[in-house]
Write a protein that binds this ligand. Structure first.
Ligand code: 6PG
Length: 228
C-alpha cells in the first residue's frame, strides 16, 4: 500500500486538480478514465469545481461507489447530488454514466451493476479496474456503504453488494473490498473538522473501522483532508 496524506485549505481546488491529473494520466495510458464518485455531502464542492474543468467526459466511465436505495430524484440519492454538481453542469454524456439503480430491489440492483461493470471491463481484467475510486469517511468509520459490523464488509467474491445497515434500518448498495482493492488508486475526500480523532484512528490502522480496512488494502491511497 502506497499512501499520501494531503492537508489543505483549498480543498475543492486541490481535490479537483488531483482528479484532473488522474484523468489525463489515464487517457495517456488507456484513452479512458474510469472514475467512481463518492456520495454524501463532502464531495459537492469538489464536483462543482471539477465541472468547471474542460475535460473529455466522453472518454470516461463514471460509476458510484455506493448509493442509497431511493429513486434518482430523491434528495438522499448520491446520483442526484452528482447530477446537480457535476454530471449536468459538465454535460457528461449519458453514455459515460453507469448509475446504480437505487429504485429497484437492492440485490437485483447490485447484481445488475456488477454485470454492467464487467461488461465495461477491458480485455484481460479479472475484475473491473477503476483508475480512481473516490470515497468518504463516516462518523463511525464507514466508507462507501461498508458500515462496521455489516455483511458487505466481509464479501470476498461479489464486486457490488446490497447491504442492510441496522443503524439506518435501511438497505444500501455498495462497492465491496474486492472491487475497491482492484482499483489503481483510491482517494478519500474528508473534512477534518468533522472527525479529527477518527482520521487519526484510521491512519493508525484500526481495522475495526472499514475505512482503515480500505486504507490498508488498496493499492494507492490518497487522503485529501479539508482544513479550516
Ligand atoms: C454515503 C457515502 C458515505 C459518505 C460518508 C461521509 O452514501 O453517504 O458514500 O460513505 O461518504 O458518510 O459523508 P459526508 O461527506 O456527508 O460527511
Amino acid at each position: 500500500m502506497n499512501r499520501n496524506v494531503i492537508h489543505t485549505r483549498d480543498f475543492a481546488q486541490d481535490a479537483s486538480a488531483f482528479i484532473v491529473e488522474k484523468f489525463h494520466a489515464a487517457l495517456e495510458q488507456r484513452d479512458k478514465f474510469r472514475l467512481a464518485l463518492s456520495g454524501g455531502q463532502t464531495p459537492r464542492a469538489v464536483y462543482t469545481q471539477l465541472a468547471r474543468e474542460q475535460l473529455p467526459w466522453e472518454n470516461s466511465t463514471l460509476t458510484f461507489s455506493d448509493e442509497r436505495c431511493v429513486p434518482p430524484d430523491n434528495k438522499e440519492s448520491n446520483f442526484r447530488m452528482a447530477h446537480e454538481t457535476l454530471l449536468q453542469p459538465a454535460a457528461v454524456p449519458a453514455s459515460s454514466i453507469l448509475r446504480l439503480r437505487g429504485e429497484i430491489a437492492p440485490r437485483l440492483a447490485a447484481d445488475e451493476y456488477a454485470e454492467a461493470l464487467q461488461s465495461h471491463g477491458i480485455a484481460g481484467e479479472e475484475k473491473y479496474e477503476h483508475d480512481l475510486i473516490l470515497l468518504g469517511l463516516g462518523e463511525d468509520g464507514h466508507t462507501a456503504s461498508l458500515f462496521p459490523g455489516t455483511a458487505a464488509l466481509n464479501e470476498k467474491r461479489r464486486l457490488v453488494a446490497a447491504n442492510f445497515v441496522p443503524k439506518l434500518d435501511a438497505w444500501r448498495l455498495t462497492f465491496t473490498l474486492p472491487l475497491i482493492f482492484a482499483a489503481r488508486a483510491v482517494c478519500f475526500l474528508v473534512a477534518a473538522n468533522k472527525q479529527p480523532e477518527l482520521i487519526a484512528r484510521v491512519l493508525q490502522g484500526d481495522q475495526d473501522l472499514p475505512a482503515a480496512r480500505v486504507d490498508a488494502g488498496a493499492k494507492n491511497v490518497t487522503w485529501i483532508i479539508k482544513e479550516g
